[in-house]
Design a protein around this ligand. Structure first.
Ligand code: PMP
Ligand code: GLN
Length: 412
């Protein structure tokens, strides 16, 4: 085997998705909707697969022409920059592959990459596999967490971030809305990060897969739209999250063609191209949303409205058993502090693991409820400080919510 496989073998999704299945637990762990995508994209998919031979064959390597045009048209308006569909967009197998291409194409041996914690776990192995070194800076709860009620109370210290920058720093990775916390970065926070990127000539990898899911007036801002950031930001998106179709695995990276062209090289020599019919369907989805943008019929209005109700429901379930949720401003996850729950974690097989991993294993095995331990989203050096939280996914149907409420009651 190759050395690059060493040290990146553990994966929280592989482990906990399997465990949830083994114990037939109610799965509020892995983040995916348990309902179908909206009818208009389902119809577009069906139409695509019955629409003639070309929909079943290869399409353009860097993105189906119809899709890159739809993405460019849609996001030019959002980002305030004219996006060239053939130069500035790369369609990938989910946001995962967009991230992978970004790290492989733009990070060299010995480069340092600053990752803001908590972070979607794959950034770390991807930096390592590219030969880089991950450097971490955590969002921290104000007042040490005692009064924290919202993900907005977790903040990034400008001084701490600046102190991590060295001559070897190549990029800063952010994720807004954040998984697992739900933080939606405010424009001032993004401006602080942008100022550092510009001052030190750094790239910014901005993972925005939950961009349409914001609540209570929180506004998602693209860091690429700030002055001086377009040409240094790779913005990553996902049709899986955008249209509740995670199994289609359509994602994209949008940036200046000067950066995208290097990512295309990784893509053409690995995946080469993505499923044609799924891209066609996503393209129709974006065209519809372009027309309905900002109206109540837009799925980008309807999905967050539905999720807002689910978020309230989950929060009250948690409160009813004495758990204090950190209310997410965006995304479809909610974390809660479990240090007040009195359980005897005496399972010998997990005794060397962190508290939250042990707790979640107990919850799955003994209570039939799967969640995700939050320390999985922190670096080894900071995970000890953040090992008393678990993450719930609330993009789930009502019936499950009730079932879950019952399961949560068993915590009492
Ligand atoms: N980034 C974040 C923050 C995520 O939560 C996910 C989860 N799916 C991804 C990237 C990967 O997205 P995809 O399913 O489109 O590969
Ligand atoms: N992004 C989803 C989550 O955070 C799914 C992750 C995965 O399946 N690898 O739960």
């Amino acid at each position: 085997y190759a050395n690059r496989t060493i040290g990146v073998d553990k994966n929280v999704w592989v482990e906990f998705t399997q465990l949830a299945a083994d114990y037939k637990a109610v799965n509020l762990g892995q983040g995916f909707p348990d309902f179908s995508p909206p009818q208009f994209v389902q119809d577009a998919f069906c139409k695509a697969v019955s629409g003639g031979p070309q929909m079943h064959q290869y399409t353009r390597a860097f993105g189906h022409p119809r899709l890159v045009k739809s993405l460019a048209k849609f996001f030019s308006r959002v980002v305030g920059h004219e996006i060239d569909p053939f130069e500035d967009v790369l369609v990938t197998v989910g946001a995962y592959q967009a991230l992978f291409c970004a790290f492989q194409a733009l990070i060299d041996d010995g480069d340092e990459v600053i990752i803001v914690e908590p972070f979607f776990d794959c950034y770390q192995p991807m930096v390592l596999m590219a030969g880089g070194t991950a450097v971490y800076v955590p969002l921290r709860p104000v007042n040490g967490g005692s009064t924290v009620l919202s993900s907005g109370d977790w903040v990034l210290s400008a001084e701490e971030l600046a102190s991590k920058i060295t001559p070897r720093t190549k990029a800063i990775v952010i994720n807004t809305p954040n998984n697992p916390l739900g933080k939606v970065y405010k424009v001032e926070e993004l401006q602080m990060i942008a100022d550092l990127c510009i001052k030190h000539d750094l790239l910014c990898f901005s993972d925005e897969v939950y961009e349409w899911l914001t609540y209570d007036g929180a506004k998602h801002v693209k860091i690429a739209s700030l002055p001086g950031m377009w040409e240094r930001t790779i913005t990553v998106g996902s049709a899986g999250k955008t249209f509740s179709a995670t199994g289609w695995k359509v994602g994209w990276a949008i940036s200046s063609g000067k950066l995208i062209k290097h990512m295309k090289i990784i893509h053409q020599n690995s995946v080469y191209h993505c499923a044609t019919a799924a891209q066609e369907a996503v393209s129709h989805g974006f065209d519809r949303e372009y027309e309905l943008f900002g109206t109540p019929e837009s799925y980008f209005q309807q999905l967050p409205a539905t999720l807002h109700r689910k978020r309230q429901k989950l929060a009250s379930c948690l409160r009813s058993v004495g758990l204090q949720p950190v209310m997410p401003e965006g995304g479809y996850f909610m974390i809660t502090d479990i240090s007040s729950v009195n359980v005897d974690l005496n399972d010998e097989s997990t005794k060397n693991e962190s508290y939250d991993f042990r707790f979640v294993k107990w919850l799955i095995k003994e209570k039939g409820l799967a969640t995700i331990p939050v320390s999985a989203f922190f670096s080894p050096e900071h995970s000890k400080e953040f090992d008393k939280y678990i993450r719930f996914c609330f993009v789930k149907e009502k019936q499950k919510q009730w079932k879950k409420a019952k399961v949560i009651k068993q915590l009492e």
